[in-house]
Design a protein around this ligand. Structure first.
Ligand code: BG6
Length: 483
Protein backbone atom coordinates (compact mmCIF):
# COMPACT_ATOMS: atom_id res chain seq x y z
CA UNK A 1 0.00 0.00 0.00
CA UNK A 2 1.29 3.42 -0.92
CA UNK A 3 1.82 5.73 2.04
CA UNK A 4 2.13 8.80 -0.12
CA UNK A 5 -0.43 11.51 0.57
CA UNK A 6 -2.56 12.44 -2.45
CA UNK A 7 -4.00 15.97 -2.80
CA UNK A 8 -7.20 16.21 -0.76
CA UNK A 9 -9.53 18.33 1.33
CA UNK A 10 -9.64 17.54 5.04
CA UNK A 11 -13.06 18.60 6.33
CA UNK A 12 -13.40 18.95 10.12
CA UNK A 13 -16.95 19.02 11.49
CA UNK A 14 -16.99 20.65 14.91
CA UNK A 15 -14.27 23.03 13.75
CA UNK A 16 -14.86 25.47 16.59
CA UNK A 17 -14.77 22.76 19.27
CA UNK A 18 -12.23 21.85 21.90
CA UNK A 19 -11.03 18.55 20.37
CA UNK A 20 -10.34 20.25 17.05
CA UNK A 21 -8.11 22.86 18.61
CA UNK A 22 -6.48 20.68 21.28
CA UNK A 23 -5.75 17.57 19.22
CA UNK A 24 -6.77 17.62 15.57
CA UNK A 25 -5.24 20.87 14.35
CA UNK A 26 -1.91 20.32 16.15
CA UNK A 27 -1.77 16.81 14.67
CA UNK A 28 -2.61 18.13 11.20
CA UNK A 29 0.01 20.81 11.62
CA UNK A 30 2.71 18.26 12.42
CA UNK A 31 1.65 16.26 9.38
CA UNK A 32 1.61 19.16 6.94
CA UNK A 33 5.04 20.19 8.25
CA UNK A 34 6.42 16.97 6.81
CA UNK A 35 8.18 17.13 3.51
CA UNK A 36 5.80 17.34 0.56
CA UNK A 37 2.54 16.98 2.52
CA UNK A 38 1.76 20.68 3.13
CA UNK A 39 0.91 21.50 -0.47
CA UNK A 40 -1.42 18.49 -0.79
CA UNK A 41 -3.64 19.13 2.21
CA UNK A 42 -6.43 21.72 2.26
CA UNK A 43 -8.22 22.09 5.58
CA UNK A 44 -11.89 23.06 5.63
CA UNK A 45 -13.41 23.68 9.05
CA UNK A 46 -17.20 23.33 9.27
CA UNK A 47 -19.66 24.01 12.06
CA UNK A 48 -22.77 25.98 12.99
CA UNK A 49 -20.95 29.15 14.05
CA UNK A 50 -21.01 32.02 11.70
CA UNK A 51 -17.22 32.26 11.36
CA UNK A 52 -15.24 33.46 8.37
CA UNK A 53 -12.09 31.91 6.90
CA UNK A 54 -10.09 34.64 8.66
CA UNK A 55 -11.65 33.98 12.05
CA UNK A 56 -11.00 30.22 11.79
CA UNK A 57 -7.40 30.86 10.71
CA UNK A 58 -6.86 33.25 13.63
CA UNK A 59 -8.24 30.83 16.21
CA UNK A 60 -6.32 27.93 14.67
CA UNK A 61 -3.04 29.85 14.73
CA UNK A 62 -3.71 30.73 18.35
CA UNK A 63 -4.32 27.11 19.33
CA UNK A 64 -1.12 25.99 17.63
CA UNK A 65 0.92 28.67 19.31
CA UNK A 66 -0.56 27.72 22.69
CA UNK A 67 0.62 24.16 22.00
CA UNK A 68 4.13 25.53 21.60
CA UNK A 69 4.28 24.91 17.83
CA UNK A 70 6.17 27.35 15.65
CA UNK A 71 4.06 28.38 12.69
CA UNK A 72 6.66 28.06 9.95
CA UNK A 73 4.69 25.45 8.03
CA UNK A 74 1.29 27.03 8.56
CA UNK A 75 -0.21 28.21 5.32
CA UNK A 76 -3.34 30.36 5.66
CA UNK A 77 -4.01 29.84 1.96
CA UNK A 78 -4.74 26.18 2.62
CA UNK A 79 -7.20 26.79 5.48
CA UNK A 80 -10.89 27.61 5.03
CA UNK A 81 -14.14 27.66 6.94
CA UNK A 82 -17.73 26.90 5.97
CA UNK A 83 -20.71 27.62 8.20
CA UNK A 84 -23.42 24.94 8.19
CA UNK A 85 -26.03 27.42 9.39
CA UNK A 86 -27.79 27.53 12.75
CA UNK A 87 -29.40 24.13 12.25
CA UNK A 88 -26.24 22.47 10.91
CA UNK A 89 -28.18 21.46 7.85
CA UNK A 90 -26.64 23.43 5.01
CA UNK A 91 -24.91 20.50 3.38
CA UNK A 92 -25.70 21.83 -0.10
CA UNK A 93 -23.65 24.91 0.81
CA UNK A 94 -20.87 22.67 2.11
CA UNK A 95 -20.86 20.62 -1.06
CA UNK A 96 -20.73 23.72 -3.24
CA UNK A 97 -17.80 25.06 -1.19
CA UNK A 98 -15.86 21.81 -1.44
CA UNK A 99 -16.40 21.70 -5.20
CA UNK A 100 -15.40 25.34 -5.57
CA UNK A 101 -12.15 24.73 -3.65
CA UNK A 102 -11.44 21.64 -5.72
CA UNK A 103 -11.94 23.62 -8.91
CA UNK A 104 -9.83 26.53 -7.68
CA UNK A 105 -6.88 24.38 -6.60
CA UNK A 106 -7.27 21.74 -9.24
CA UNK A 107 -7.86 18.94 -6.71
CA UNK A 108 -8.95 15.45 -7.82
CA UNK A 109 -11.92 15.18 -5.43
CA UNK A 110 -10.30 13.29 -2.54
CA UNK A 111 -12.08 14.09 0.73
CA UNK A 112 -11.87 13.19 4.39
CA UNK A 113 -14.76 14.09 6.72
CA UNK A 114 -13.65 14.10 10.35
CA UNK A 115 -16.65 14.12 12.72
CA UNK A 116 -15.31 15.97 15.75
CA UNK A 117 -18.85 16.45 17.05
CA UNK A 118 -20.97 15.01 19.88
CA UNK A 119 -21.76 11.32 19.24
CA UNK A 120 -25.52 12.05 19.40
CA UNK A 121 -25.24 13.90 16.10
CA UNK A 122 -23.14 11.29 14.26
CA UNK A 123 -26.24 9.66 12.70
CA UNK A 124 -27.83 12.91 11.48
CA UNK A 125 -24.50 14.17 10.12
CA UNK A 126 -23.76 10.91 8.33
CA UNK A 127 -27.24 10.92 6.84
CA UNK A 128 -26.88 14.51 5.76
CA UNK A 129 -23.56 13.71 4.08
CA UNK A 130 -25.18 10.81 2.24
CA UNK A 131 -28.29 12.75 1.26
CA UNK A 132 -26.17 15.60 -0.09
CA UNK A 133 -24.25 13.12 -2.23
CA UNK A 134 -21.08 13.74 -0.25
CA UNK A 135 -20.51 10.01 0.30
CA UNK A 136 -19.00 9.72 -3.17
CA UNK A 137 -16.74 11.97 -5.19
CA UNK A 138 -14.57 11.86 -8.29
CA UNK A 139 -11.71 10.70 -6.02
CA UNK A 140 -11.94 8.89 -2.67
CA UNK A 141 -14.14 9.81 0.29
CA UNK A 142 -13.46 8.78 3.90
CA UNK A 143 -15.35 9.43 7.09
CA UNK A 144 -13.69 9.48 10.51
CA UNK A 145 -15.59 8.97 13.77
CA UNK A 146 -14.37 8.76 17.34
CA UNK A 147 -15.40 6.60 20.25
CA UNK A 148 -17.97 6.11 21.71
CA UNK A 149 -19.38 4.02 18.87
CA UNK A 150 -22.79 3.75 20.47
CA UNK A 151 -23.73 3.49 24.12
CA UNK A 152 -24.62 -0.20 24.08
CA UNK A 153 -25.01 -3.00 21.56
CA UNK A 154 -28.31 -1.73 20.17
CA UNK A 155 -27.09 1.81 19.62
CA UNK A 156 -23.78 0.54 18.17
CA UNK A 157 -25.72 -1.58 15.70
CA UNK A 158 -28.02 1.32 14.83
CA UNK A 159 -25.02 3.59 14.25
CA UNK A 160 -23.29 1.01 12.06
CA UNK A 161 -26.54 0.58 10.16
CA UNK A 162 -26.76 4.31 9.46
CA UNK A 163 -23.10 4.47 8.50
CA UNK A 164 -23.41 1.50 6.14
CA UNK A 165 -26.52 2.96 4.53
CA UNK A 166 -24.31 5.73 3.14
CA UNK A 167 -20.69 4.55 3.29
CA UNK A 168 -18.98 1.23 2.77
CA UNK A 169 -16.86 -0.16 5.62
CA UNK A 170 -13.72 0.61 3.55
CA UNK A 171 -14.58 4.30 3.79
CA UNK A 172 -15.03 4.34 7.57
CA UNK A 173 -12.25 5.11 10.05
CA UNK A 174 -13.31 4.55 13.68
CA UNK A 175 -10.74 6.10 15.97
CA UNK A 176 -9.73 4.53 19.25
CA UNK A 177 -6.78 6.75 20.07
CA UNK A 178 -5.03 3.92 21.95
CA UNK A 179 -4.35 2.26 18.62
CA UNK A 180 -2.35 5.29 17.53
CA UNK A 181 0.09 5.04 20.44
CA UNK A 182 3.54 3.89 19.33
CA UNK A 183 3.80 1.20 21.98
CA UNK A 184 0.47 -0.27 21.00
CA UNK A 185 1.56 -0.51 17.37
CA UNK A 186 4.89 -1.81 18.49
CA UNK A 187 3.14 -4.66 20.29
CA UNK A 188 2.65 -6.23 16.88
CA UNK A 189 6.29 -5.75 15.89
CA UNK A 190 7.49 -6.90 19.28
CA UNK A 191 5.38 -10.03 19.11
CA UNK A 192 5.70 -10.94 15.46
CA UNK A 193 9.19 -9.74 14.58
CA UNK A 194 10.92 -11.38 17.56
CA UNK A 195 10.76 -15.13 17.40
CA UNK A 196 12.17 -15.20 20.93
CA UNK A 197 8.95 -13.89 22.45
CA UNK A 198 6.39 -15.38 20.12
CA UNK A 199 7.56 -18.89 20.92
CA UNK A 200 6.95 -18.17 24.62
CA UNK A 201 3.58 -16.50 24.10
CA UNK A 202 1.22 -19.22 25.28
CA UNK A 203 -0.24 -21.16 28.19
CA UNK A 204 2.90 -23.32 28.53
CA UNK A 205 5.10 -20.33 29.32
CA UNK A 206 2.86 -17.57 30.63
CA UNK A 207 1.24 -17.73 34.06
CA UNK A 208 -0.90 -14.58 33.78
CA UNK A 209 -1.24 -11.27 31.99
CA UNK A 210 -2.11 -8.04 33.79
CA UNK A 211 -3.36 -4.85 32.19
CA UNK A 212 -3.44 -1.70 34.32
CA UNK A 213 -4.81 1.62 33.08
CA UNK A 214 -4.75 3.83 36.15
CA UNK A 215 -5.27 7.58 36.18
CA UNK A 216 -4.76 9.81 39.16
CA UNK A 217 -7.03 12.46 37.66
CA UNK A 218 -10.72 12.49 38.51
CA UNK A 219 -13.48 13.12 36.03
CA UNK A 220 -12.66 16.81 35.56
CA UNK A 221 -15.64 18.78 34.29
CA UNK A 222 -17.12 15.78 32.47
CA UNK A 223 -19.73 14.63 34.99
CA UNK A 224 -22.54 14.88 32.45
CA UNK A 225 -20.84 12.38 30.17
CA UNK A 226 -19.07 10.27 32.75
CA UNK A 227 -21.97 9.59 35.06
CA UNK A 228 -23.91 8.04 32.18
CA UNK A 229 -20.85 6.24 30.92
CA UNK A 230 -18.74 4.87 33.80
CA UNK A 231 -15.37 3.16 33.56
CA UNK A 232 -16.60 0.05 31.74
CA UNK A 233 -17.95 2.04 28.80
CA UNK A 234 -15.33 4.77 28.96
CA UNK A 235 -12.22 2.58 29.06
CA UNK A 236 -12.81 -1.18 29.05
CA UNK A 237 -15.11 -1.74 26.09
CA UNK A 238 -12.79 0.20 23.79
CA UNK A 239 -9.21 1.09 24.81
CA UNK A 240 -8.56 -1.88 27.08
CA UNK A 241 -10.31 -4.31 24.74
CA UNK A 242 -7.88 -3.12 22.06
CA UNK A 243 -4.80 -3.67 24.24
CA UNK A 244 -6.09 -7.04 25.29
CA UNK A 245 -6.89 -8.32 21.79
CA UNK A 246 -3.49 -7.25 20.47
CA UNK A 247 -1.78 -9.16 23.26
CA UNK A 248 -3.93 -12.25 22.85
CA UNK A 249 -4.44 -12.52 19.08
CA UNK A 250 -2.91 -15.13 16.79
CA UNK A 251 -0.30 -14.04 14.21
CA UNK A 252 -2.12 -12.44 11.27
CA UNK A 253 -1.10 -13.53 7.78
CA UNK A 254 0.22 -10.04 7.00
CA UNK A 255 0.36 -6.52 8.41
CA UNK A 256 -2.85 -5.39 6.81
CA UNK A 257 -6.08 -4.07 8.19
CA UNK A 258 -8.34 -7.02 7.37
CA UNK A 259 -5.90 -9.68 8.48
CA UNK A 260 -5.28 -7.98 11.82
CA UNK A 261 -8.87 -7.08 12.53
CA UNK A 262 -10.05 -10.61 11.80
CA UNK A 263 -7.59 -12.01 14.37
CA UNK A 264 -8.72 -9.48 16.98
CA UNK A 265 -12.34 -10.42 16.41
CA UNK A 266 -11.47 -14.11 16.93
CA UNK A 267 -10.09 -13.32 20.39
CA UNK A 268 -13.35 -11.64 21.35
CA UNK A 269 -15.23 -14.66 20.04
CA UNK A 270 -13.15 -16.98 22.22
CA UNK A 271 -13.79 -15.12 25.48
CA UNK A 272 -15.48 -17.07 28.23
CA UNK A 273 -18.57 -15.27 29.57
CA UNK A 274 -17.65 -13.20 32.63
CA UNK A 275 -19.06 -14.38 35.95
CA UNK A 276 -20.48 -11.12 37.41
CA UNK A 277 -19.90 -12.30 40.99
CA UNK A 278 -16.52 -14.00 40.70
CA UNK A 279 -14.65 -12.16 37.96
CA UNK A 280 -15.61 -8.52 38.41
CA UNK A 281 -14.99 -5.78 40.95
CA UNK A 282 -16.54 -2.35 40.47
CA UNK A 283 -15.47 0.60 42.59
CA UNK A 284 -16.22 4.26 43.11
CA UNK A 285 -13.75 6.71 44.64
CA UNK A 286 -14.41 8.46 47.90
CA UNK A 287 -12.58 11.54 49.21
CA UNK A 288 -8.87 11.08 49.64
CA UNK A 289 -5.47 12.45 48.83
CA UNK A 290 -3.75 12.50 45.47
CA UNK A 291 -0.20 13.81 45.16
CA UNK A 292 -0.46 15.33 48.62
CA UNK A 293 -3.70 17.19 47.83
CA UNK A 294 -7.09 16.49 49.37
CA UNK A 295 -9.64 15.68 46.65
CA UNK A 296 -13.40 15.09 46.85
CA UNK A 297 -15.11 11.76 46.34
CA UNK A 298 -16.92 10.99 43.10
CA UNK A 299 -20.35 11.75 44.54
CA UNK A 300 -19.13 15.15 45.69
CA UNK A 301 -17.87 16.13 42.23
CA UNK A 302 -19.84 18.95 40.56
CA UNK A 303 -22.98 17.67 38.77
CA UNK A 304 -22.67 14.07 39.99
CA UNK A 305 -25.87 12.84 41.74
CA UNK A 306 -25.22 12.22 45.42
CA UNK A 307 -26.54 8.66 45.11
CA UNK A 308 -24.71 7.80 41.87
CA UNK A 309 -23.75 4.13 41.47
CA UNK A 310 -21.54 4.80 38.44
CA UNK A 311 -18.33 2.78 38.57
CA UNK A 312 -15.10 4.78 38.39
CA UNK A 313 -13.05 1.59 38.76
CA UNK A 314 -13.30 -1.80 37.09
CA UNK A 315 -11.29 -4.90 37.93
CA UNK A 316 -11.82 -7.98 35.76
CA UNK A 317 -10.54 -11.51 35.29
CA UNK A 318 -10.93 -12.76 31.73
CA UNK A 319 -10.39 -16.20 30.28
CA UNK A 320 -9.80 -16.93 26.62
CA UNK A 321 -11.05 -20.32 25.57
CA UNK A 322 -8.61 -21.25 22.86
CA UNK A 323 -5.54 -23.46 22.56
CA UNK A 324 -3.05 -20.68 23.15
CA UNK A 325 -4.57 -19.25 26.32
CA UNK A 326 -6.55 -21.98 28.03
CA UNK A 327 -6.04 -21.58 31.80
CA UNK A 328 -4.15 -18.27 31.62
CA UNK A 329 -6.03 -15.48 33.43
CA UNK A 330 -5.99 -11.96 32.02
CA UNK A 331 -6.39 -9.43 34.81
CA UNK A 332 -7.61 -5.96 33.97
CA UNK A 333 -7.97 -2.92 36.17
CA UNK A 334 -8.72 0.67 35.36
CA UNK A 335 -9.82 3.58 37.47
CA UNK A 336 -9.94 7.30 38.04
CA UNK A 337 -8.24 8.90 41.05
CA UNK A 338 -5.86 6.03 41.52
CA UNK A 339 -2.50 6.23 43.29
CA UNK A 340 -0.68 7.16 40.11
CA UNK A 341 -1.08 7.50 36.38
CA UNK A 342 0.17 4.32 34.88
CA UNK A 343 -0.77 2.34 31.78
CA UNK A 344 1.08 -0.92 31.74
CA UNK A 345 0.76 -4.49 30.54
CA UNK A 346 2.65 -7.11 32.54
CA UNK A 347 3.22 -10.48 30.89
CA UNK A 348 4.20 -12.76 33.76
CA UNK A 349 6.08 -15.89 32.70
CA UNK A 350 6.26 -19.14 34.62
CA UNK A 351 8.79 -19.39 37.39
CA UNK A 352 11.83 -21.65 36.97
CA UNK A 353 10.36 -25.06 37.87
CA UNK A 354 12.83 -25.58 40.67
CA UNK A 355 15.37 -23.33 42.42
CA UNK A 356 18.75 -25.04 42.40
CA UNK A 357 19.89 -22.12 44.57
CA UNK A 358 17.53 -23.05 47.38
CA UNK A 359 20.37 -24.14 49.65
CA UNK A 360 22.34 -20.97 48.93
CA UNK A 361 19.87 -18.53 50.44
CA UNK A 362 17.68 -18.04 47.37
CA UNK A 363 14.81 -20.47 47.75
CA UNK A 364 12.32 -18.30 45.84
CA UNK A 365 13.18 -17.13 42.40
CA UNK A 366 11.05 -14.40 40.89
CA UNK A 367 9.41 -15.00 37.59
CA UNK A 368 10.48 -13.22 34.40
CA UNK A 369 8.10 -10.41 33.63
CA UNK A 370 7.79 -8.40 30.46
CA UNK A 371 6.46 -4.90 31.19
CA UNK A 372 4.99 -2.93 28.33
CA UNK A 373 4.43 0.66 29.46
CA UNK A 374 2.35 3.26 27.64
CA UNK A 375 2.23 5.89 30.36
CA UNK A 376 3.87 7.90 31.83
CA UNK A 377 6.61 6.96 29.35
CA UNK A 378 6.41 4.55 26.45
CA UNK A 379 8.73 1.55 26.49
CA UNK A 380 9.47 -2.04 27.46
CA UNK A 381 11.25 -3.69 30.39
CA UNK A 382 12.17 -7.30 30.87
CA UNK A 383 12.83 -8.54 34.37
CA UNK A 384 15.33 -11.29 34.92
CA UNK A 385 17.32 -12.83 37.78
CA UNK A 386 21.04 -12.22 38.31
CA UNK A 387 23.58 -13.15 40.94
CA UNK A 388 24.58 -10.14 42.97
CA UNK A 389 28.38 -9.93 43.16
CA UNK A 390 30.42 -11.44 45.98
CA UNK A 391 29.19 -13.08 49.14
CA UNK A 392 26.75 -14.15 50.41
CA UNK A 393 25.34 -15.89 47.36
CA UNK A 394 22.27 -13.96 46.42
CA UNK A 395 19.91 -13.86 43.45
CA UNK A 396 18.43 -10.46 42.61
CA UNK A 397 15.89 -9.22 40.06
CA UNK A 398 17.12 -6.72 37.46
CA UNK A 399 15.63 -5.43 34.23
CA UNK A 400 16.51 -4.64 30.64
CA UNK A 401 15.03 -1.30 29.73
CA UNK A 402 13.97 0.33 26.47
CA UNK A 403 12.34 3.77 26.25
CA UNK A 404 11.23 5.34 22.98
CA UNK A 405 12.31 8.80 24.05
CA UNK A 406 15.84 7.68 24.89
CA UNK A 407 16.35 6.09 21.50
CA UNK A 408 14.19 7.93 18.99
CA UNK A 409 13.50 11.36 20.48
CA UNK A 410 10.17 12.72 19.21
CA UNK A 411 7.38 10.16 19.35
CA UNK A 412 4.33 11.22 17.31
CA UNK A 413 1.12 11.68 19.26
CA UNK A 414 -1.60 9.11 18.64
CA UNK A 415 -3.74 11.61 16.70
CA UNK A 416 -0.88 12.44 14.35
CA UNK A 417 -0.41 8.79 13.48
CA UNK A 418 -4.11 8.14 13.01
CA UNK A 419 -4.90 11.27 11.02
CA UNK A 420 -2.00 10.54 8.70
CA UNK A 421 -3.42 7.04 8.16
CA UNK A 422 -6.79 8.54 7.21
CA UNK A 423 -4.95 10.54 4.53
CA UNK A 424 -3.16 7.55 3.05
CA UNK A 425 -6.10 5.17 3.44
CA UNK A 426 -4.63 2.68 5.89
CA UNK A 427 -7.32 1.15 8.14
CA UNK A 428 -4.99 -1.09 10.14
CA UNK A 429 -5.20 1.03 13.29
CA UNK A 430 -8.95 1.61 13.16
CA UNK A 431 -11.82 -0.29 14.71
CA UNK A 432 -13.98 -2.46 12.47
CA UNK A 433 -17.79 -2.30 12.87
CA UNK A 434 -17.92 -5.94 13.96
CA UNK A 435 -15.18 -5.46 16.54
CA UNK A 436 -17.07 -2.59 18.19
CA UNK A 437 -20.29 -4.61 18.29
CA UNK A 438 -18.65 -7.74 19.68
CA UNK A 439 -16.99 -5.81 22.42
CA UNK A 440 -20.27 -4.21 23.50
CA UNK A 441 -21.95 -7.59 23.40
CA UNK A 442 -19.34 -9.10 25.67
CA UNK A 443 -18.81 -6.40 28.29
CA UNK A 444 -22.11 -4.59 28.49
CA UNK A 445 -24.21 -7.26 30.25
CA UNK A 446 -22.11 -6.58 33.36
CA UNK A 447 -23.92 -3.29 33.74
CA UNK A 448 -27.28 -5.00 34.07
CA UNK A 449 -26.16 -7.68 36.51
CA UNK A 450 -26.13 -5.54 39.66
CA UNK A 451 -22.45 -5.94 40.33
CA UNK A 452 -21.64 -4.46 43.77
CA UNK A 453 -19.80 -1.12 43.68
CA UNK A 454 -17.12 -0.93 46.39
CA UNK A 455 -15.77 2.37 47.68
CA UNK A 456 -12.05 3.11 47.42
CA UNK A 457 -10.19 6.13 48.70
CA UNK A 458 -8.94 8.55 46.07
CA UNK A 459 -5.19 8.05 45.79
CA UNK A 460 -5.33 4.29 46.47
CA UNK A 461 -5.03 1.32 44.12
CA UNK A 462 -8.79 0.69 44.07
CA UNK A 463 -11.06 -1.43 46.26
CA UNK A 464 -9.25 -4.02 48.37
CA UNK A 465 -11.78 -6.52 47.01
CA UNK A 466 -9.67 -6.57 43.83
CA UNK A 467 -7.31 -8.86 45.65
CA UNK A 468 -9.91 -11.61 45.43
CA UNK A 469 -9.49 -11.43 41.64
CA UNK A 470 -5.73 -11.20 41.59
CA UNK A 471 -3.81 -11.79 44.81
CA UNK A 472 -0.89 -9.75 43.41
CA UNK A 473 -2.95 -6.59 43.31
CA UNK A 474 -3.44 -5.34 46.81
CA UNK A 475 -4.91 -2.00 47.78
CA UNK A 476 -1.64 -1.16 49.55
CA UNK A 477 -0.65 -0.70 46.01
CA UNK A 478 1.84 -2.60 43.95
CA UNK A 479 1.84 -0.89 40.62
CA UNK A 480 4.48 -3.37 39.58
CA UNK A 481 3.45 -6.93 39.97
CA UNK A 482 6.19 -8.50 42.05
CA UNK A 483 6.21 -12.23 41.89
C1 BG6 B 1 -10.60 8.75 26.95
C2 BG6 B 1 -11.51 8.65 28.13
O1 BG6 B 1 -11.12 8.02 25.86
O2 BG6 B 1 -9.32 8.22 27.29
C3 BG6 B 1 -10.93 9.40 29.31
O3 BG6 B 1 -12.79 9.18 27.81
C4 BG6 B 1 -9.53 8.91 29.61
O4 BG6 B 1 -11.75 9.26 30.46
C5 BG6 B 1 -8.68 8.92 28.34
O5 BG6 B 1 -8.96 9.76 30.58
C6 BG6 B 1 -7.34 8.24 28.60
O6 BG6 B 1 -6.51 8.38 27.49
P1 BG6 B 1 -4.94 8.46 27.66
O7 BG6 B 1 -4.40 8.50 26.28
O8 BG6 B 1 -4.68 9.70 28.45
O9 BG6 B 1 -4.55 7.22 28.42
Amino acid sequence: MSRVVAPHIYVIFGATGDLTHRKILPALYNIVSRNGVGEKCYILGASRSDWTDEKFRDVARDSLTKKGLDLTSWNDNHVFYQSLGKKSDDFAGLKARIEALEAEFNLPGNRVFYLSIPPQVYPSTIEALGNAGLNTSPGWTRVVIEKPFGHDLESAKALNHTVHAHFSEEQVYRIDHYLGKETVQNLLVFRFANALFESQWNRDRIERVEITVAENLGIGGRAGYYDRSGALRDMVQNHIAQLFTLIAMEPPTCFEADAIRQEKIKVLQALQPIDPFEDVVFGQYTAGEVDGEAVPGYREEADVPSDSRTETYVGLRLHVNNWRWQGVPFYIRTGKRMAETLTRIAVCFNRAPVSIFRNNGSPNLNRNILLITLKPEEGFDLRFEVKSPGEPFNVKTQQFRFRYDDVFGHVPEAYETLIFDTMVGDQTLFVHAEEAEMSWKYFLPLLTQHVAVYPYAAGSWGPSKTQTLNEHWNAGGNALSKG
